[in-house]
Design a protein around this ligand. Structure first.
Ligand SMILES: [Zn+2]
Length: 452
């Protein structure tokens, strides 16, 4: 209570002068936004899910209303498109009745097939799965319904284009959520072609894409005000997905709200963007504000971004990746730790700036969690990219109890303000980080600089 009072008074005192950056980071808005995004109606923001889409649309709308520009050409969203199954057709034929089976699949005209490869495990397909339509055949001892998602995920990672399932097994699709790959039903005889679990036909295979996203990143930009430095970028990012629903806890709650992980980071990025935009003059360097999908499913959104960047990656001077800012728990107030503190000068730079927040190297988590979030795909490309967190791995991590009521909003607001201040200093022409010599990231940065 006393803390709250002090914060309110400090805010009032500042408001008497001309408002500055910190005043534009509005604690009321932070609380409202986080409360909304972590609400039960988003059902834990799983990737992919209609609720994740709804969150993306809300974020897009918020960035547009805040006056930011879309990052992806005309669009605030970017991501893989869902296949248009209504327009996809599979036709299979067995060309000769020998061990060497051939499969031909075509949308209009059947493509020339290659030899059928039979393996027991999707992982054994290796390169053969790339671009292939893979026939999934149930193991008699196993429930295909239960294993289908795992197999679909594995095949998706291997680059497969579609799953072929015999018509006789169509019932396993009932009640299965959206899979990362389209499933095409083929005549029952296909499963008789092989007694094994998984068979792949590596063929040229095109399925028309719909205009619907499978899942999407949300990105917004604020052009820099300096004629030269505007070509350089400072990025702020956070994953907005979480892990959906699961087993009920003791209170019967199934929804993993992800209030701290990572509505807190997402809402921080959004409100930093709002504050930057409200300043009379934009910072000298351009700023990029990102919300990533699929972090919890293996950094899907950030990997998508670095593979199809909205701005040239070699012009991105730093990524502030914000993760779990709302639960100081066992760390001191007004402090935040930086992952990978020792591998670049990022931590040293932000810790020396006047911000009201102590940025430091956590004795355990700074090292352990550097490779555990969306900063990693950027770092691997050579972009100085670190996560900033203001909490610990609390007992509510990935549980239904990661709820809004556990967020310490007073500390959260001051940490977000501190990040806004150091982010602004860097964007407004301040020193930018470099990887420490001898690290693999420094080598990647060298390759990135030399790339066209
Ligand atoms: Zn997270």
């Amino acid at each position: 209570m006393r803390l709250l009072l002090i914060v309110v008074l400090a805010g009032a005192a500042l408001a008497q002068g001309s408002p500055g950056l910190v005043d534009f980071v509005d604690p009321v808005r932070l609380r409202e936004d986080l409360t909304y995004l972590a609400g039960d109606e988003f059902r834990g923001r799983n990737t992919p899910s209609p609720e994740l889409d709804k969150a993306a649309l809300w974020l897009e709308d918020a960035y547009r209303k805040a006056g930011l520009l879309p990052a992806f050409g005309e669009s605030f969203r970017d991501g893989p498109r869902r296949p248009d199954l209504g327009r996809a057709k599979a036709s299979l034929r067995r060309e000769k009745a020998t061990d060497q089976l051939r499969v031909a699949i075509g949308v209009d005209t059947p493509a020339e097939g290659r030899d059928l490869k039979v393996v027991l495990d999707a992982a054994d397909l290796g390169d053969a799965a790339k671009g292939a339509a893979v026939i999934v055949i149930p193991d008699p001892g196993q429930s295909l319904r239960r294993s289908l998602r795992g197999r679909a995920n594995a095949l998706h990672r291997l680059g497969a284009k579609a799953i072929l399932l015999s018509e006789g097994h169509a019932e396993v699709l009932t009640g299965v959520d959206l899979l990362p790959l389209p499933v095409l039903l083929v005549p029952d005889e296909v499963s008789a072609w092989s007694g094994e679990q998984v068979a792949a036909a590596a063929v040229d295979f095109e399925i028309p894409l719909s205009d619907q996203f499978y899942a999407s990143n949300v990105g917004a930009i604020l052009p820099g005000s300096d004629p030269t430095l505007t070509a350089e970028w400072i990025a702020f990012g956070a994953h907005y997905d979480h892990i959906g629903t699961g087993e009920a806890d003791g209170k019967g709650d199934t929804i993993r709200n992800g209030a701290d992980d990572n509505a807190s980071g997402t809402i921080a990025v959004l409100n930093i963007a709002r504050a930057f935009h409200q300043m009379k003059v934009a910072p000298k360097r351009s700023c990029l504000f990102l919300a990533f999908y699929g972090e919890e499913r293996g950094f899907q959104g950030s990997r998508r971004f670095v593979a199809n960047p909205a701005v040239p990656l070699r012009q991105v001077r730093a990524l502030f990746n914000l993760e779990m800012l709302g639960r100081p728990d066992d760390i001191e107030a007004n402090s935040a730790w930086v992952t990978g503190y020792s591998v670049s000068s990022f931590g040293e730079i932000v810790s020396k700036l006047e911000s009201g927040v102590r940025f430091y190297e956590h004795p355990v988590l700074s090292r352990r969690l550097f490779a555990a979030s969306d900063n990693l795909p950027f770092a691997e490309k050579g972009v100085p990219a670190h996560s900033i967190s203001a909490g610990s791995l609390h007992a509510d991590y990935h549980q239904p109890s990661d709820e809004v009521k556990k967020i310490d909003f007073v500390n959260y607001a001051s940490v977000v303000r501190g990040i806004a201040r150091v982010g602004w200093a860097m964007a407004d022409g301040g020193p930018v980080p470099e990887w420490k010599a001898g690290t693999s990231y420094a080598a990647a940065a060298k390759r990135l600089r030399e790339s066209k």
